[in-house]
Design a protein around this ligand. Sequence first.
Ligand code: CAA
Length: 288
Amino acid sequence: MAIQKVGVVGCGLMGSGIVQVAAQAGFDVRVSEVDDAALARGLARIDKFLAAGVEKGKLTAEQKSAIQGRIHGTTELKDFADRDFIIEAAIESLAAKHEVFAALDAVVAPGAIFASNTSSLSITELAAKTGRPARFVGLHFFNPVPLMQLVEVVKTPMTDGAVFADVTAFAAALPKVVVAAQDTPGFVVNRLLVPYLLDAIRVLEAGVASREDIDNGMKLGCGHPMGPLTLLDFVGLDTTYYIANIMFDEFKEPRFAPPPLLKRMVLAGWHGKKSGRGFYEYGAGQAR
Ligand code: CAA
C-alpha cells in the first residue's frame, strides 16, 4: 500500500479515535496537539478505550501495548516531515485549518497526501489554498470513531484519481466501510442527518410529543440506536448549530435552517452531554 506512515493533527475526540483505529490496523502513527496537556488528554482517551477493550476480552494486554507502541505524540508539525499521509482533525475553523495545512505544506514531501476530517467546511476551499490541490481529499469519520463502521471519502474537482484510490484503500484497511462522496456541504450522511435532527427539534418545539416519546418513536419505530434528541446531545448542540448554519448558507433551503429552540439552547450554553445539559441532563456521564 502507498500509505504506511500516517500523521494525525489533533488528538481530541475525533483525532484520538482516528489515531487509535490507524494504530490498531498496524500503521505507524504520529499525532500532534497544541500543547503537552492536550496531547496527554488525547492519549489518555485512547488508553482508556483500549483498557476497556482488554477488560471486555476484545484484545489482549500485549495487543494493547503493541498498538500504543505504534503511536508517537508531538507538539511540533515539523515532526510530520516523513509522513505519507496526514489527516487533519483540528478545530472546525477554516482559518485554523488553513494555518495547519500551510505549515504542513512547508515541511512535508510534495508526494504526501493531505486529508481533512471536517464535517462541514469545503474540502475544495481547503485544498485550493495548499500547494497540492490534486493530493487532497476529505476523510470524514463518525463519532465514536473506533465503533462506527463508516467513513466518507470526499473528492473535489481537483482530486487525482490515484490519490482517491490510495485513501480509499487506507480507509478499507482500518477497516472501515467507505462511502465515496462529492464535495458538497454535509457530503452524504450529514446532508440527510442534519435536516432529520432539526425536524426532531421542530416536532418538540411544536409540542407534538415529549422528548422521551420523540426518541422512543425513532428508536423503537425505526430501529435507530439512539433517538434524535439523545443523538443531538451526543453530537453537541453547538456543533449541530454550526453545521446547520453552513448548510443553510450554501443551499438556502428552510430544512437546513436551525430552529429557534436550538439557537436559544446554544446561547444558554446547553451544548449537550459535554456541557452536562442539552435536551436531557447529565451527571457522571449518565442521562437523568
Ligand atoms: N473496546 C472494544 N470494543 C468496545 C469498547 C472498547 N473499549 N467499548 C465498546 N465496545 C463494543 C462493545 O463491546 C459492543 O460490541 P458487541 O456488540 O460486540 O458487544 C459495541 O462496541 C457497542 O458498545 P456498547 O454496547 O457499549 O454501546 P452501545 O451498544 O450503547 O452503542 C454507540 C454505543 C455505538 C455509540 C451507539 O449508541 C450508536 O451507534 N449511537 C449512534 C451514534 C451515531 O449516530 N454517531 C454518528 C454521529 S454523527 C457524526 O459523527 C458525524 C458528524 O459530522 C456530526
